[in-house]
Write a protein that binds this ligand. Sequence first.
Ligand code: SF4
Length: 118
Amino acid sequence: MTKEIICTVCPTGCTIHVEGENGNITKIEGFSCPRGKVYAENEFTAPVRILTSTAKIKNAKTPLVAVRSKTPVPKEKLFDCMVEIRKLELTPPVNRGDVLIKNICDTGVDIIASGEVK
Ligand code: SF4
């Protein structure tokens, strides 16, 4: 398998070419610094993303509050995590940084409020 990965670590946006099978990298080229190499290796073997979304609020003027994962979530678990977030029905007050779901979908990652509702 080969993959062209655009590095997003800095604004340069190097295109990094990665080859490998079953998570084993056999060739990697196109990075301009060690940070880019690490980024591309992770993107190839275990891509992760910060998840951002909204959650429902009961009995408030504002019906939704912004939420996000505290740390990146494995990309293949994003959909399952969204399903869990959709089930939330929060009661005010919700404060920025409140943990809303601990260890979502056994990822070891917490979902926190990134907005506030008083
Ligand atoms: S490889 Fe290095 S220089 Fe290139 S985009 Fe990534 S961080 Fe920036």
